[in-house]
Design a protein. Structure first.
Ligand code: SER
Length: 316
């Protein structure tokens, strides 16, 4: 297997962790991280890359002999609402550029993350099935729903092996999210460990599908390495970790920090969250490529607190 992997959006919450996992899997020299800025501490092969520039993607693919692309760059749900048309243009243009370069160069595989944000009010709120009706109410969600269909189109029309997962909110200690509606679920742990008050932009009882970073990385690699014949869904696979609300997280945090203080000041992000599913049915991912989550809320909270404590207070 001579994979040469390009990661677009390597500085992001997921990208920064996924790059390390890919380096471990394929060797440092076979993973090309790219983003619009370079992070000084990054170890490995890096290219400055603005994915709105198709020629630049082509240059990087040619010069490194790229065989796979993980296209992770996007403006997320909350940030995207500040500039709806700009968000649509950016998210879609980057995807089109990646799909086109991948098609023209005959790449082996492409990964394009989708999201629970593709669902809207008309999907069942509990145990939402893979083929539920999609009427997203954010530009980000619309760009992911459209993107899934374009992914499937490139597969059906050109045979491009594009694979996708609808990620729940991702919780990890390794990196910070930016611009999403589920970001609170990472920030809350940082505040707890720093023993600071947390102001939550969602209501206490807003249950959302969430997943721990280690599970997300494993799911992504498992999907990408599954035999092509097993990938029956070419839009995107539902994926579930576990579902919980801010007050559920707070209960876990109290076990470690009984004095933890939280106050609820819901803003526009509450309206976004209110239209998303509370829980996800991921039976297709389980059947087609053997998906099983490992982390429940209790394990997620314990691991987040242990790891963040070690980051903030290294000598304790
Ligand atoms: N976590 C993302 C967001 O909140 C959803 O994909 O926007």
């Amino acid at each position: 297997m001579n994979a040469k992997v390009l990661v677009i959006g390597a500085n992001g919450q997921l990208g920064s962790v996924l790059v390390k996992a890919l380096q471990h899997r394929y060797g440092d020299e076979n993973v090309i991280a790219s983003d619009i800025q370079k992070v000084n501490s990054f170890n490995g092969v890096f290219e400055l890359l603005d994915a709105t520039n198709m020629n630049k993607i082509q240059d990087v693919v040619s010069s490194h002999g790229i065989t796979q692309i993980y296209h992770l760059a996007a403006i997320l749900s909350a940030k995207g609402e500040a500039n709806p048309l700009g968000t649509w243009e950016l998210n879609m243009n980057m995807l089109f550029n990646v799909l086109e370069v991948s098609r023209i160069n005959g790449l082996d595989k492409v990964f394009f993350p989708s999201s629970i944000a593709v669902f809207g009010e008309d999907a069942p709120w509990v145990n939402t099935p893979n083929n539920a009706y999609l009427n997203p109410a954010t530009v980000y969600g619309m760009s992911k729903a459209a993107g899934e269909n374009w992914a499937q189109y490139y597969f059906l029309r050109y045979g491009l092996d594009v694979r996708s997962i609808r990620y729940p909110g991702i919780i990890g200690y390794q990196s910070l999210p930016g611009g999403g509606t589920t970001d609170y679920a990472v920030d809350i742990f940082h505040k707890a460990v720093l023993e600071e008050e947390f102001v939550c932009f969602l209501n206490a009882d807003t249950t959302l599908p969430m997943i721990f970073m280690d599970d997300v990385i494993r799911a992504t690699l498992e999907l990408m390495e599954a035999p092509k014949k097993d990938i029956r869904i070419r839009t995107a696979y539902n994926l579930a970790g576990s579902s919980f609300s801010p007050e559920d997280i707070v209960k876990e945090i109290y076990k470690y920090y009984p004095e933890f203080k939280v106050k609820y000041e819901p803003d526009f992000r509450q309206d976004i969250a209110a239209r998303w599913p509370k829980s996800i049915n991921d039976v297709e991912a389980k059947v087609d490529w053997g998906w099983q989550p490992k982390y429940d809320l209790e394990m997620t909270a314990r691991t987040m607190i242990e790891k963040l404590k070690a980051q903030y207070i290294p000598h304790e």
